[in-house]
Design a protein around this ligand. Structure first.
Ligand code: PHE
Length: 340
């Protein structure tokens, strides 16, 4: 009998179970109710008593071997089946969902592109600013009501007055402090103002501010640069007009309107039937600002301008509610495509 068991052990190692059907036959043949193991156990009763223990152990070991081979192969087949269900090569492909860039990112990229073509570099700075960079260096006198023009979120109300920046002019102060003219830079970034949130105002928005400082920079340079910008952004027919205005950091200052691209200046409810849309503020850098930033106003002059990206995006894409930009509604976001 021991010979038989050894023969069966060899037979098992050679048994081909490469298909699921083979595996089932293997199970029935060795482990089934009329299988070989069963018959070996029943033959045990005819083994002389003194040998019973040894033969019994041999059958047990053989049974273990069979079960191990069976279970291993079964597991292999099961894994295979699972991976087949995950990668079903016959299924039609699913549409890939491709994201789109945020409208404000698109407009910012376009503005940056327009100014970099005429030599402007990009500068960035912190969103948490001190009083000096956001106000004092920009010629806002202490306690001057001009500070109320920009409702500020203060973080610390001590002698430094740490606050969320209310405009990216603060970045331009940093650039002026750390470089010598000629300076030609734009600073895009997020800014904060304490305003009630509505369709027309938000507590944060985005700006691109520009600064050009060199010898003999004139108001005519400013005007031509802005006209170039308007035409690049809104098309060759775009016109601009400048209205006198006031900012503490520029003198003279102006507000810039662009001809309404929605109605071709014929008058519509977006331009309130004036044919003009306000898009930015600008002016010649006040000599006091140059002085504060370590630049000699007798040697250098400069211009500055600043615009809101949301406002430009509103005109470009006809978005009439500012809140849409920050609600992350995919139905809104997926409508925007552009070369940028
Ligand atoms: N800093 C101004 C604002 O935030 C915009 C501006 C920049 C105006 C430069 C004039 C010159 O409103």
């Amino acid at each position: 009998m021991i010979d038989d068991i050894e023969k069966i052990a060899v037979e098992i190692t050679q048994y081909d179970i490469s298909t699921v059907a083979n595996l089932e036959n293997f199970r029935i043949h060795y482990l089934g109710s009329k299988g070989i193991i069963k018959s070996l156990y029943s033959a045990l009763k005819d083994v002389p008593n003194e040998k019973k223990r040894e033969v019994g152990q041999q059958i047990n070991t053989l049974k273990d071997k069979i079960e191990i081979k069976f279970n291993n192969q079964k597991e292999i087949f099961e894994n295979l089946e699972e991976s087949h269900t995950i990668i079903d090569l016959s299924r039609p492909p699913q549409d890939e969902t491709i994201g789109s860039r945020h409208p404000l990112s698109l407009v910012r990229a376009e503005i940056i592109d327009i100014f970099s073509r005429i030599g402007f570099s990009i500068s960035e700075g912190p969103e948490i600013e001190d009083d000096w960079h956001n106000f004092s260096a920009l010629n806002f006198p202490p306690e001057h009501p001009a500070r109320d023009m920009q409702d500020t979120f203060f973080i610390e109300k001590n002698e430094n007055e740490i606050a969320l920046r209310t405009h990216t002019s603060s970045v331009q102060v940093r650039v002026m402090e750390n470089s010598t003219p000629p300076i030609r830079t734009i600073s895009p970034g997020r800014v904060y103002r304490n305003e009630a949130i509505s369709a027309r105002a938000h507590c944060f928005f985005h700006q691109v501010e520009g600064l050009y400082i060199d010898k003999n920079v004139s108001f005519a340079d400013l005007k031509q640069t802005l006209l170039y910008f308007a035409k690049e952004l809104f098309g060759d027919k775009a016109q601009i007009r400048l209205r006198p205005s006031y900012f503490p950091f520029t003198e003279p200052s102006a507000e810039v309107d662009i001809s309404c691209s929605i109605c071709n200046s014929r008058g519509c409810n977006v331009c309130k039937y004036t044919g003009w849309l306000e898009i930015l503020g600008c002016g010649m850098v006040d000599p006091n600002v140059l002085k504060s930033c370590g630049i000699d106003p007798n040697e250098y002059t400069g211009y500055a301008f600043g615009m809101g990206i949301e406002r430009i995006a509103q005109l470009k894409y006809k978005v009439n509610d500012l809140r849409l930009y920050s609600e992350n509604d995919i139905r809104f976001l997926k409508q925007f495509t552009s070369g940028f």
